[in-house]
Design a protein around this ligand. Structure first.
Ligand SMILES: Cc1cc2nc3c(=O)[nH]c(=O)nc-3n(C[C@H](O)[C@H](O)[C@H](O)COP(=O)(O)OP(=O)(O)OC[C@H]3O[C@@H](n4cnc5c(N)ncnc54)[C@H](O)[C@@H]3O)c2cc1C
Length: 612
């Protein structure tokens, strides 16, 4: 069962909904045309489907192995990495001066969705290299920036080393230390759960390590960030002496098995040199640069695996014959039908389809804001879009990873018993997806970020900025002939969400921080549903206009002529389905958002009062 990528939906998002051609006017993308972007997407699809996807199950079966102090990756992964690197995919989106090829973020997100769907474990390695490269470009000194081309060419790779046994969500409790020793620092400490911490893919690994300098204040304020190479870098810029970063073991885990999750010991067996990035005690704010990017990538994991799982389930439902059509259930000799004909299977598939398309629309919209925040010629517009990115980052990370996981679970259900066994990909998608709600800040922490930091920032301007976007859409489409009821439901949820925000404000004003914290995750899900529904309805309006234009162009005026066109024209079917998908989302998921609001509004504090 091969990987299916929904190129049609991706292209609709990019070209017809978000109209990304407008981004190509920016100086940064000079010389790039829409044809170039389409070609990149097609090449990415081929890399995903032909090179990476066939390695997915073998990588899962073999996993990363730890023997004699060394980490060995499945040979399929190593061979795929060589092809990936040769094609230059790691540098996509970076400036040419850094060794990359600039493209809009929104395109980069669409490309990475394909790679993650094809082999999530694999993508951890280039993904971390990209993150480290981006951080060094933003905060590194000249020498540190000079390592970026090595990361983007795939010769070297990167990691982010935050977690310690006693410091996971609470990074302020970390104890790794860094003591100045001439032009470098001596790093000591143990980091756990470090993805790509040790492997045989690249000739050097650049670790970004959070540690404390002597006499630094307690908590996150006292944390600094260091570049710690696996092999020290000599005067010619090449890997030299061993830097005493020792891999003490690998975690055995539920999914992403070929991603090496390492225990790393720094400076235990000899001096380990680290090089300060930025200034002492700026570690957390600098690491946030990487963590914000990583959060976007983690949400993407939910979308990518949800989409791959949904398409696998759809293919299976078309092929698997079981039972008879409900209308002939009394006839034991009635023709056996594919399970796709059963209403409950169709419900499950439509839940998956509408969630996946809603997530994709939300993620690509957020990526577009990121592009506009960087390239818009208007300063106020850049700030407005950055505010929207800041607001939506925790929603994207947590909503997409939670909902993507639920999609993989529902996809598995569509396979029946065959979903539970390894002959089909459903169970691997589910296992590989689960980690996305845990790493890069658990989803509970994302919800507290939304509630505690983002809602009140700039006097509430971030959230009001998003509401203005919704109001503009609702105002423009209020008389829409076919989607009026759905738009009304969107407006009602928006009002309810604002009411909930006000209730949090009053609770906090009266000194009650516990009930808002108790409600943070349900609130984030209300928020996510609102954004997905808004984006799907925008898409439905766009698609309906295009479908009508198609009917007109093809002379399909009557219902019969339109049906005949739908029978032969794939694009017409896609446009029509978009309206149905948006309607399904609004009618099936928005009531769940209202139920979440009702639970929050009840003010119930049982979870706080119960004696466990
Ligand atoms: C496969 C894998 C790969 C990883 N890769 C990396 C990596 O490359 N680099 C790295 O540094 N780390 C990595 N991690 C670590 C990961 O980021 C942490 O596991 C995560 O941040 C949670 O920390 P913890 O496991 O200590 O859980 P804890 O912090 O102990 O959390 C346990 C539970 O309590 C909740 N909780 C904790 N504190 C609060 C709070 N204040 N308010 C509300 N709820 C709270 C959490 O939401 C969670 O549900 C990885 C982990 C795994 C499993």
């Amino acid at each position: 069962m091969g990987l299916r990528i929904d190129t049609q939906d991706v292209l609709f998002n990019l070209e017809e909904h978000l109209k990304i051609e407008r981004l190509l006017g920016a100086e940064r993308y000079k010389g790039l045309s829409m044809d170039d972007l389409r070609l990149i997407l097609e090449e990415a699809r081929k890399m995903a489907v032909e090179v990476l996807a066939p390695t997915n199950a073998p990588c899962d079966r073999q996993g990363a192995r730890f023997e004699g102090g060394k980490v060995t990756l499945p040979h399929e992964l190593v061979e795929a990495y060589e092809k990936f690197v040769e094609a230059g995919w790691i540098g996509l989106g970076f400036d040419a001066s850094a060794g990359g090829s600039p493209v809009p973020h929104v395109l980069g997100v669409a490309v990475v969705e394909m790679f993650v769907a094809a082999n999530t474990s694999f993508n951890m390695y280039p993904g971390l290299s990209r993150g480290v490269a981006s951080l060094l470009l933003a905060y590194g000194n000249e020498q540190q920036r000079s390592y970026v081309p090595r990361l983007l060419s795939g010769e070297w790779s990167g990691t982010m080393c935050l977690t310690e046994p006693q410091a996971g969500s609470a990074l302020g409790d970390l104890t790794s230390s860094a003591e100045r020793d001439g032009d470098h620092y001596l790093i000591r400490g143990t980091k756990i759960f470090i993805s790509a911490g040790e492997h045989d893919l690249t000739e050097n690994i650049l670790h970004l390590v959070l540690a404390r300098t002597p006499h630094a204040p307690p908590g996150t304020k006292g944390i600094s960030i260091f570049l710690v190479p696996k092999y020290r870098i000599d005067e010619n810029g090449n890997p030299g002496a061993n830097n005493e970063v020792v891999c003490a073991g690998l975690e055995e885990k539920l999914g992403i098995k070929a991603s090496a999750t390492c225990v790393l010991k720094f400076g235990e067996s000899g001096p380990c040199h680290g090089y300060l990035i930025g200034q002492e005690q700026e570690g957390m704010s600098i690491m946030f640069h990487l963590m914000n990017e990583a959060r976007l990538a983690t949400g993407l994991q939910g979308l990518a695996l949800g989409s791959a799982a949904y398409h696998a389930a759809l293919d299976y439902a078309r092929e698997r014959v079981q039972g008879v059509d409900l209308r002939s259930f009394k006839d034991p000799l009635a023709e056996r039908v594919a399970i796709l004909e059963h209403p409950d299977v169709r419900r499950m598939l439509m839940d998956q389809k509408s969630m996946v398309e809603g997530l994709r629309a939300m993620l690509l919209r957020t990526a577009l804001y990121l592009d506009l925040a960087e390239t818009s010629p208007d300063e106020a517009e850049r700030e407005r879009c950055q505010d929207l990115v800041d607001l939506l980052t925790p929603v994207w990370k947590a909503f997409a990873s939670d909902q993507g996981f639920r999609v993989t679970e529902q996809a598995l259900q569509c396979f029946g018993g065959y979903g539970y066994i390894k002959d089909y990909p459903a169970e691997q998608y589910l296992r590989d997806c689960k980690i996305a709600s845990i790493y890069e800040g658990t989803n509970g922490i994302q919800a507290l970020d939304l509630l505690g930091r983002k809602l009140g920032r700039k006097g509430g301007r971030l959230v009001m900025g998003l509401m203005e976007e919704l109001d503009r859409f609702l105002g423009a489409e209020q008389d829409h002939p076919s989607l009026g009821a759905e738009l009304g439901r969107l407006a009602a949820l928006k009002d309810r969400l604002l009411q909930t925000i006000l209730s949090f404000g009053s609770a906090q004003a009266s000194g009650d921080f516990l009930h808002p914290a108790l409600s943070a995750v349900p609130f984030l899900h209300m928020f996510g549903h609102l954004v997905c529904a808004w984006q799907l309805l925008e898409q439905a309006v766009e698609a309906e206009g295009r479908l009508n234009a198609l009917y007109f162009a093809e002379g399909a005026a009557t219902a019969e002529e339109q049906e005949a066109l739908l029978a032969r024209n794939e694009k017409a079917v896609y446009y029509r389905n978009k309206g149905l998908t948006a309607r399904h989302y609004v009618r099936h998921y928005l009531p769940q958002a209202h139920a979440l609001a009702e639970a929050i509004e009840s003010g119930d504090r049982s979870a706080l009062e119960v004696r466990f």
